[in-house]
Design a protein around this ligand. Structure first.
Ligand SMILES: Cc1cc2nc3c(=O)[nH]c(=O)nc-3n(C[C@H](O)[C@H](O)[C@H](O)COP(=O)(O)OP(=O)(O)OC[C@H]3O[C@@H](n4cnc5c(N)ncnc54)[C@H](O)[C@@H]3O)c2cc1C
Length: 403
């Protein structure tokens, strides 16, 4: 007999889950209804900066024709789930439809965090999470005019460069003493800063935006920084992190992680054995992940469970990152926490390149590392994680540019 799976959220991870289920469900046990609040079916959110730069919606789409044509799958775009009744096992949509389910997957992602800065509600203040956000941002671009990006992490840097490529003159404001504080140490950030300066981004680290000031028509005109500096700005982009979307009314309520997100075990199961959570909205063993690779791992795990396959509990997740900034290479691979007494080795060459690797103290195997500047490729190094590092590690990290 066919059972019904409802997936709430047709983003990158919700889509991967359904696509994997299609492949694994050879007995055609499941009929799937996917509810997506956005007008567009799933697309490559990671490439929104490319979209800002002029790529088309079609180029970002993740949804193949066969997927939409599959009679087992019903995609309802522009449809928001507004309530889950776990006792009745139903999901209600904003249109008033009530959908029964046998299994439910929450894949609602995150929403951008906008710090409570006075004036953040003024016109021409943006976030960049969706295609629509990006359309609105692009429409406000004025070549030659100044802009301010709040947040010097991956997304803030990408947004700043995107605006610059469209001809604006962006400032970037980061509260921490250096860029990408979640991923980089001071020295790697120094290489990044050098590259970002060369690209012409105007960086302000170790300070915050304390007010967004409006001009005559209610649109932003400038921002004030913590030290009183006023930066002219025709638009502001907040890229100050994300928060899991865990506020869908569910009765009885599901448990949340201490820092938000639907709390799950290592198999993405919530406290209700018919309800899973995957992607950025899931607090897997209490921890949310703001990257797509861990989400894809969760999607595969749940698709396997739904099709009766055993799955190893999710262990350490791949939290590798790579900045997609043209002209500056910065990346991390494997574990960069230096936990458990890992041995650290650092390599540097003026301000042009820097690498730090972490080796297991007992076994000597490569645990992970940080790369900045003209270093070896992250993929090559990531492939060696869990194995002894190459004998010519320094040459792998700093290949000769003439080859
Ligand atoms: C500009 C940008 C650049 C990025 N770059 C990188 C990168 O380089 N590397 C990387 O690993 N990650 C990157 N990310 C993060 C990556 O996009 C996310 O990790 C990934 O999209 C998470 O997938 P998800 O399915 O959990 O959430 P999402 O892709 O956000 O999908 C969630 C979907 O659920 C929908 N939804 C929410 N609530 C409801 C509801 N009640 N009813 C119906 N639908 C609902 C949302 O509208 C959304 O469409 C980037 C993100 C952005 C915004």
């Amino acid at each position: 007999m066919t059972a019904t799976l409802v997936v709430i959220g047709h983003g990158m991870v919700g889509h991967r889950l359904v696509d994997t289920l299609r492949e694994l469900d050879r007995d055609r046990r499941w009929r799937v209804v996917v509810l997506g609040e956005e007008r567009e079916p799933a697309y490559d959110r990671v490439r929104l900066s490319a979209y800002l730069g002029g790529r088309s919606r079609a180029e970002l789409s993740l949804v193949a024709h066969e997927f939409l044509a599959d009679p087992r799958i019903e995609v309802r775009s522009a449809t928001t789930a507004v309530h889950v009744d776990r006792r009745a096992r139903t999901v209600r949509t904003a249109d008033g439809d009530v959908l029964p389910y046998d299994a439910l997957v929450l894949a609602t992602g995150s929403r951008p965090f906008v710090p409570p800065v006075p004036g953040r509600e003024h016109g021409n203040c943006f976030v960049q999470r969706t295609l629509e956000d990006t359309d609105a941002l692009r429409a406000a671009v004025r070549p030659g005019r100044p802009a301010v990006v709040v947040g010097g992490g991956l997304l803030g840097l990408e947004a700043a460069q995107g605006l610059q490529l469209l001809g604006m003159r962006p400032h970037l404001v980061e509260a921490a003493p250096h860029l990408m504080p979640a991923q980089l140490d001071t020295e790697a950030a120094h290489v990044l800063r050098h590259g970002a300066d060369r690209l012409g981004l105007r960086l302000h680290c170790g300070t915050t935006v304390t007010a967004v000031n409006a001009g005559a028509h209610g649109a932003v005109r400038s921002v004030t920084l913590g030290d009183g500096t006023v930066l002219d700005a025709d638009l502001v982009v907040f890229a100050a992190g994300v928060r899991p979307r865990d506020d869908l009314p569910v009765t009885p309520a599901l448990r949340l992680g201490d820092r938000g997100g639907y709390l799950t075990d290592a198999l993405c199961r919530t406290s209700d054995d018919r309800v899973w959570a995957v992607g950025e909205c899931a607090a897997v063993r209490g921890r949310c992940h703001g990257l797509v690779a861990p989400g894809y791992r969760m999607a595969r795990s749940v698709a396997r469970q739904l099709t009766g396959r055993p799955d190893e509990p999710l262990g350490a997740m791949d939290t590798s990152t790579e900045l997609k900034l043209l002209g500056v290479h910065v990346a991390t691979f494997g574990s960069t926490s230096g936990e458990d007494g890992a041995v650290e080795m650092t390599f540097r060459e003026s301000v042009s390149r820097y690498a730090k690797v972490f080796l297991c103290r007992d076994t000597g195997v490569l645990l992970g590392g940080i790369l900045a500047g003209e270093t070896g490729s992250r993929a090559d190094l990531a492939a060696r994680v869990g194995r002894p590092p190459a004998a010519d590690l320094e040459r792998v990290l700093f290949p000769d540019p003439s080859f």
